[in-house]
Design a protein. Structure first.
Length: 325
């Protein structure tokens, strides 16, 4: 979440006339995240989140995002529910940009999380994947292997050599080598379905140490289910010094397996998928590090964290040599 498009009270009051959710009492921009403009909106009927989709989001993808939240919500999953306007439409435009409103979920994300929290995260993802099994829509993952080539070219052309060398010498060479590796060994035969694609700690809410909400479905897509788990492992299984925490890793796996059992092949390729997930976030953070507009009310995330994670998983994959097995 972030703020690229600024709103004033008049704009929002006029926009809310399209809905039957009460009159505006207050609103505030939400600066966490990097992708869209998000606002906390309080009305006489309750609390809501308004999202304005920015340039990186393709409008053709919005029905997928809206419908997966409706699908999961109908099955009792604790995700936001899109709010329809008075004409029963979920998608509107504000400042000429596609916009939706969803209900507000209670709870707070955690900066420090326990082994039990990690178990719940795995369990929650297992439930989400199981409940999404019969979801009919599909959306290609634009940030999977084939989508990285464009990002690599953009980073090569746009990121100054001085920035790259400060982060790590020959960083783009390391990235290219990993990309070539994934093109050769990508396990496209693994089970696919709906994935969240961004289950980071700031997208999971807790109350009294119990998960009460999962938000930000705007990277969701159709892809390898275990790849979603690999993204979560990258996000939840390292300490503040980027050291891997095996107990948290085992907790996520145990939680996930309690709701959806990983196959032998999924377990086999999970280290490769973890390495791939680290490369995906390294690339997007590296791109955003030098391409986020100065006027945007958003703090780009340092890619250095994912350089360290990528090197950890590179060593793990190399050491177990499972490709030759």
């Amino acid at each position: 979440m972030a703020v690229y498009t600024n709103l004033n009270k008049f704009h929002l009051e006029e926009f809310l006339k399209l809905y039957d959710i009460g009159e505006l009492k207050s609103f505030a921009g939400i600066t966490e995240g990097i992708e869209n403009s998000n606002f906390f909106v309080k009305t006489t009927h309750g609390n809501f989140i308004l999202t304005i989709f920015e340039k990186r989001v393709d409008i053709k993808d919005l029905p997928f995002f809206i419908n997966i939240m409706l699908h999961l919500n109908d099955r009792g999953y604790y995700c936001p529910r899109p709010i329809s306007d008075t004409k029963n439409k979920f998608l509107q435009k504000l400042h000429g940009k596609p916009t939706i409103i969803v209900n507000f979920l209670e709870g707070k994300s955690k900066k420090n999380f326990t082994i039990e929290d990690c178990y719940q995260v795995g369990e929650s993802m297992g439930i989400m994947h199981s409940q999404g099994k019969d979801f009919g829509l599909k959306r290609e993952n634009s940030l999977s292997v084939r989508g990285w080539e464009k990002l690599i070219k953009t980073c090569n052309n746009n990121v100054p050599i001085s920035v790259l060398n400060t982060l790590q010498p020959n960083l783009m060479g390391e990235i290219q080598n990993s990309f070539d590796f994934f093109l050769k060994f990508w396990p496209s035969h693994l089970p696919k379905g709906f994935i969240h694609g961004d289950l980071f700690p700031d997208n999971v809410f807790f109350i009294n140490n119990k998960i009460t909400g999962v938000i930000d479905f705007y990277f969701s897509c159709t892809d390898i289910l275990a790849y979603d788990l690999a993204i979560a492992i990258n996000a939840w299984c390292f300490d503040k010094k980027d050291n891997f925490q095996d107990k948290k890793y085992q907790a996520i796996l145990n939680g996930y397996n309690s709701k959806r059992k990983l196959s032998k092949d999924e377990n086999f390729f999970l280290p490769l998928l973890c390495k791939a997930a680290s490369l995906r976030f390294l690339l997007t953070r590296l791109f955003d590090w030098v391409n986020t507009p100065i006027e945007a009310n958003v703090v780009p995330k340092n890619p250095e964290e994912y350089i360290k994670k990528h090197m950890y998983f590179k060593k793990l994959v190399k050491n177990i040599k499972y490709i030759e097995n």
